[in-house]
Design a protein around this ligand. Structure first.
Ligand code: FO1
Length: 312
């Protein structure tokens, strides 16, 4: 069994490659919920949806989030009404949020609803929210004030300096059913190329995760979301720098060193391999740019092989 710690787009792309090299039913993805937000009275779970839509072949390939070929009728009408439309919700995507919100209101857990949504869309990878309790990322702005994640990421286009990152609810949150077992029982634990600060951070902030991951360090392999000092997508490099970590594969190695034994980096960072290893983390150099499914499958094979378990 393979367990993956996942955020949004980068994780979805790697998982899409992984299902080409191993049986999807042997993969469990523990997904970040820190990006979740409530809008229009709906519970929106962007990272769970991005992973699900990508694995279901529904995701918009340009943005990586939402559903491809969407219509925006509701957003257009909402605009006319003067409602909130800064967070773009397509008509089919809204169905996901309506279904999830209705089921949660009936007392279902986020885990249960996620499993129902995955089954409905034919996704065989097991998707687990890291917790069924609320964990919400808030960012303290260097200029003052604090905003929830989506305000930072979408409304402010993450184009503001951040001074603090907080995961509200993390201390009281319990790992969702199956999460700790998925770490304990995995042959390999893959840390997907997601933002170490605001995507992997909220996952490992849930009590129990760091302890269980630390016990599996030899079998934990991370994929760097930073290539040649920049994030492939999103504010990872900026947030790492603002968190006091060098925005490079060396900074990523330092961030994960306590519980990951191996870091996979792109060929562009080959020269930094010795510096990564100086952090006590084994460095594997490969093609880490997932420009299409074949490249993602190649990366997945290299990742699974990195800790001695070539794809079955
Ligand atoms: N990201 C944006 O940059 N703009 C949006 O309008 C937007 C809408 C949106 C709707 C549903 C959803 O699941 C994700 C959405 N995202 C949007 C991405 C979202 O901000 C994610 O949290 C990021 O991709 C980070 O994981």
């Amino acid at each position: 069994m393979i367990t993956a710690l996942a955020g949004g787009v980068g994780a979805a792309r790697l998982l899409r490659g992984m299902v080409e090299v191993v049986d999807p039913s042997t993969i469990t993805a523990i997904v970040n919920v820190g990006d979740d937000t409530r809008l229009h009275g709906l519970h929106i779970a962007p990272d769970l949806d991005t992973v699900l839509y990508t694995l279901a072949g529904l995701a918009d390939p340009e943005t990586g989030w939402g559903i491809a070929g969407e219509s925006w009728t509701v957003m257009e009408e909402l605009e006319r009404l003067g409602g909130e439309t800064w967070f773009r919700l397509g008509d089919r995507d809204l169905a996901t949020h309506c279904y999830r919100t209705q089921r949660l209101s009936e007392g279902a857990t986020l885990s249960e609803v996620t499993a129902e949504l995955a089954r409905a869309r034919g996704v065989r990878v097991r998707l687990l929210p890291v917790s069924d309790d609320p964990v919400r990322t808030h960012l303290g702005l260097a200029g003052g004030g604090e905003v929830p994640f989506q305000e930072y990421f979408v409304r402010l286009r993450h184009d503001v300096a951040v001074s603090t990152v907080r995961f509200a609810g993390a201390d009281e949150a319990r790992p969702a059913p199956g999460v700790l077992e998925a770490v304990d029982d995995a042959e390999v634990v893959v840390v997907c190329p997601s933002n170490p600060v605001v995507s992997i951070g909220p996952v490992v902030a849930v009590p129990g995760l760091l302890e269980h991951l630390g016990r599996r360090r030899d079998d934990v392999v991370a994929v760097s979301p930073i290539v040649a000092g920049a994030a492939i997508k999103g504010p990872a490099a900026r947030l790492m720098a603002e968190s006091g970590f060098e925005p490079s594969v060396v900074g990523v190695a330092r961030w994960y060193a306590p519980w990951a034994s191996t870091l996979v980096v792109d060929r562009a960072d080959e020269a930094l391999a010795p510096a990564v290893e100086a952090e006590g983390v084994r460095c594997v150099v490969t093609d880490a740019i997932m420009s299409d499914v074949e490249r993602a499958a190649g990366l997945a094979g290299a990742v699974l092989g990195a800790v001695g378990r070539p794809p079955s």
